[in-house]
Design a protein around this ligand. Structure first.
Ligand SMILES: Nc1ncnc2c1ncn2[C@@H]1O[C@H](COP(=O)(O)OP(=O)(O)OP(=O)(O)O)[C@@H](O)[C@H]1O
Length: 614
């Protein structure tokens, strides 16, 4: 069985995130392209967005009124010649209150809309990424650490969630408020407006720089987060903790985690702090403006430019109200720049092309020839293998007839498991042809091909769920009777019945609550429920003692009846009755024939058999 864990130990080898490394070498995506792709994500929510825009525009229009009303309240209500005019003042105050109530209500509605759209966009992005990863070939998973993949789904998609829901309302809302405030200011006094906005372009330029720095820190933060997830996933899994405990490595694992955690803390602090000075500067600048406005107003009045007290109060009110939206816009721009780093990490995974996928004209398996499996001069080299090394499979040809029991034997690392991977198209042959029911597997639809193949591997994988649920993975609509029939055929029914919870017993993470033989028989029952035409057994009994082996072997004999069976075996005693035995040596089929024929030939098989029975 070839090793399925990719990447290795993060502390000792470079990160398994092949895509991230590629991205570091490649040029960063251009911001406009990125914005277009982010925009496309929102396309299905056009109607909600239109309503949001209308709401924002109405709120903005409403927000223009209060400052103008303030001016009226001062000039006509509070300080008209001859003393305050109460009826006018009451009317103006009443209108102002109504406007505030209306715009607050609209604000709540708008927040609900944007939160819904933002979260839905993020949710569908997550599912798209998950679906895309499901389509990736096995080789992608053997070379990338699981934790690194998980991190893209959780940390990166989660990281843009806030941006997605805040951005829409913030950009539209604040832009409109800023424009509206600017218009009100212009109406009130163009001279004072110039004073208020003269330094803004400088701030915008400074903000772009800050954004670039933050995007760089964000990329590093996400990489560090994904390394941390990978450590957690590798170490805090059942296999990981068993390894750490049995080698007394808990301390070193904790140290490794703590080290990466320190890195993460540093990056988080840098990310939080980058831009703080900038915002402090903007804050000071915006707060100083009213004072400058008073000075400039006095200067204007001295030069006989008509500026009333109402104008100054209204102007400074508007200007103060401009502060938050302006800061908000700057923050959004900054967040967008920061999250562009996260988005490009997400899109980078979405852009990965599955190496194995259905041909456009993929066809169904031919039921007439079901069970026929052929290899025709198949050469296969693992994608990661150095090109100067010998191919893992080097010109393998055989033909297994429907219903035959074929066994593959040979030394470790000879390529037996690799043969079994090529049949369900977990890898594609580098040259030559793998045929299933008479058709090249590359011409068949994956769904139809895999439906007809059952695999029981040496390393049984069970989900952390009940035994019943694990069995139903093969056939979700299986009845209880069918479960029992499959379990009986796999020699595991009585054992399951002896558990207090029977078929509802939880198997524990990866089935660790069960013994090796129990897990194996559950896996056999699972494949029996699937009832495939071709059954692949990869050293299904190698991990067992001789009694368990006999029980599992009986189960396998039942399972293989009436279907093509391809059994990979180390213990030759389990396959002596095979219709045909292929002896694989260094990626080639060295011998083939029945047990008796191969013994008579006195070749490699005879040597292997002699070794095991000496
Ligand atoms: N993902 C991979 N990338 C590169 N090389 C691989 C990969 N998986 C397996 N190999 C190599 O391919 C060769 C054949 O492996 P395979 O698992 O098919 O052997 P096997 O005959 O089933 O061995 P065993 O009996 O020990 O299970 C081995 O040399 C192995 O190191």
């Amino acid at each position: 069985m070839s090793g399925m864990r990719g990447g290795g130990h993060p502390g000792r080898v470079s990160s398994g995130d092949a895509a991230a490394q590629k991205a570091q070498n490649a040029e960063a995506p251009r911001i406009p392209d990125l914005l277009k792709r982010i925009g496309d994500l929102f396309a299905p929510y056009r109607s909600q967005l239109t309503v949001t825009i209308v709401l924002v525009l109405v709120s903005a229009a409403l927000s223009v009124a209060p400052p103008l009303l303030t001016k009226q309240a001062f000039d006509l209500g509070l300080f008209p010649t001859g003393g305050p005019n109460m009826p006018v003042l009451l009317e103006l105050v009443g209108i102002m209150v109504l406007i505030w109530i209306a715009s607050s209500a609209l604000g709540v509605w708008q927040t609900w809309l944007t939160a819904t759209v933002g979260n839905k966009v993020m949710g569908s992005l997550r599912v798209r990424l998950f679906e895309h990863l499901q389509a990736m070939e096995l080789a992608f998973f053997t070379r990338t650490k699981t934790g690194i993949i998980q991190s893209r789904l959780q940390n990166d998609v989660g990281g843009v969630a806030g941006v997605l829901s805040n951005t829409i309302s913030s950009v539209i809302g604040n832009t409109v408020t800023v424009i509206a405030a600017f218009v009100s200011m212009l109406i009130l006094s163009w001279q004072l407006t110039i004073v208020a906005v003269i330094l803004l372009p400088v701030l915008v330029l400074a903000q772009r720089k800050v954004g670039q720095v933050r995007a760089r820190i964000a990329t590093k933060t996400q990489e560090s987060l994904s390394d941390m997830t990978a450590i957690t996933q590798e170490t805090l899994s059942v296999s990981g903790i068993l390894l750490a405990k049995s080698f007394n490595q808990q301390k070193s694992e904790t140290d490794r985690y703590a080290l990466e955690n320190d890195n993460q803390i540093g990056l988080q602090v840098r990310q939080a702090m980058s831009g703080q000075w900038f915002f402090a500067m903007v804050g000071i600048f915006l707060s100083v403006i009213p004072a400058v406005v008073y000075l400039v107003a006095a200067w204007l009045i001295l030069r006989d430019v008509p500026v009333t007290a109402g104008t100054i109060v209204a102007f400074t009110t508007v200007q103060a109200r401009l502060t938050f939206p302006l800061l908000g816009l700057m923050r959004v721009a900054l967040d967008l720049q920061t999250s562009s780093a996260l988005f490009s990490r997400i899109f980078e995974y979405l852009d990965l092309k599955p190496a194995i996928k259905d041909a456009p004209d993929a066809k169904e398996v031919d039921p007439a020839k079901l069970g026929l499996v052929e290899f025709d001069d198949v050469v296969f080299r693992y994608p990661d293998a150095a090109s100067d090394t010998r191919a893992t499979l080097d010109g393998v040809s055989f033909r297994i007839e429907p219903g035959q029991f074929a066994a593959f034997v040979g030394p470790s690392g000879a390529g037996k498991t690799t043969v079994s991977y090529l049949i369900p198209r977990l890898h594609d042959a580098s040259s030559g042809s793998v045929r299933f029911a008479g058709d090249d597997v590359r011409a068949l639809s994956e769904l139809s091909l895999v439906k007809n193949i059952g695999i029981v591997s040496q390393e049984t994988y069970l989900f952390h769920a009940s035994i019943g649920d694990n069995l139903r993975y093969a056939k979700p609509d299986a009845t209880d009777d069918e479960l029992v029939r499959a379990a009986k055929a796999a020699n595991i029914h009585a054992t399951i019945e002896s558990f207090p919870d029977g078929y509802s017993t939880l198997v524990g993470e990866r089935g660790y609550r069960l013994s090796g033989g129990e897990k194996q028989r559950i896996a056999i029952a699972r494949v029996l429920l699937k009832d495939p035409a071709v059954l692949i057994l990869d050293e299904a009994t190698s991990a067992l003692d001789s009694i368990s082996e006999r029980v599992v072997q009986d189960a396998l004999d039942t399972a293989s009846r009436g279907r093509t069976t391809i059994a990979i075996a180390h213990r030759l005693s389990t396959i002596v009755d095979a219709d045909v035995i292929y002896v694989v040596v260094a990626g080639q089929i060295a011998e083939s024939g029945t047990h008796a024929e191969l013994l008579a030939a006195r070749g490699t098989y005879w040597e292997l058999y002699f070794d095991q029975n000496a």
